[in-house]
Design a protein around this ligand. Structure first.
Ligand code: DX5
Ligand code: ZN
Length: 218
């Protein structure tokens, strides 16, 4: 499968949000990556339902919603109603991950699980067959524009092996510090989805930057 690009709106210009949404609509990007932070699971607060609903109204591509919140079970229904197509929860934030994943899927959304940089891949052994996506955090979650943690490449390779071993259909998504210097290495290691925030939105020609990321070949 050709890899997908999911631009993170965390680095968008929220004063010109509709303009940035239209840019992604027009570009070769595949998804919209939405980072939801509660100020408890991560040391930052981002945006909530009114903004997501507004994005849904204008976005012509799936919403890839990354929840960096404690106890995400409380809000699964609300994220579904707000327009999430893929809903990713953090492994570290769920006491009953299997139940959470089933709840997400029962609404018709794709279910993702995210691992913080310190959380080992092997902990997914008994859930990998049930998930649609694993998001490997390649920075500590909470902020855009941080430096990529190189150990994430090994984690992707290990995850790819686990997915094959367990006959899982899960996609591998990488999030944090992705740019043109590491994108090819990540794709070669087995990544299916690149989340890219700062590198796209700080570039002079965003459409072109997305095109280049999309057209990297294995
Ligand atoms: C960080 C978020 C990321 C972030 C990625 O907690 O999950 O999605 O926006 O942004 P960059 O590409 O700037 O590291
Ligand atoms: Zn994210």
């Amino acid at each position: 499968m050709a890899h997908l690009i999911s631009p993170s709106l965390l680095s968008a210009d929220f004063g010109n949000l509709q303009r940035d949404i239209e840019m992604i609509n027009k570009s070769e990007a595949d998804w919209f990556h939405l980072d939801i932070m509660d100020g408890v699971f991560v040391p930052n607060i981002s945006f909530g339902f009114p903004v997501i609903k507004y994005i849904k109204k204008h976005a012509k591509k799936p919403l890839d919603v990354h929840l960096m919140i404690v106890d995400p079970d409380r809000y699964i229904e609300d994220f579904y109603k707000a327009g999430a197509d893929i809903l990713t929860v953090h492994f570290e934030a769920c006491n009953h991950l299997h139940r959470t994943v089933q709840n997400i899927k029962s609404k018709g959304m794709k279910a993702g699980v995210s691992l913080n940089p310190h959380t080992p891949v092997h902990l997914l052994k008994d859930i990998i067959a049930d998930v649609d996506l694993v998001l490997i955090m390649s920075v500590n979650p909470g902020f855009g524009g941080q430096k990529f943690i190189p150990n994430s490449i090994e984690k992707i390779k290990e995850l790819k092996k686990l997915i094959l071993e367990k006959n899982s259909n899960s996609l591998i998504e990488i999030d944090g510090g992705v740019d043109n210097s590491n994108a090819k290495i990540l794709i070669d290691a087995g990544c299916d989805v690149l989340v890219v925030g700062n590198y796209i939105f700080s570039s002079d020609n965003q459409i072109n930057t997305i095109q280049k990321l999309k057209n990297i070949s294995k």
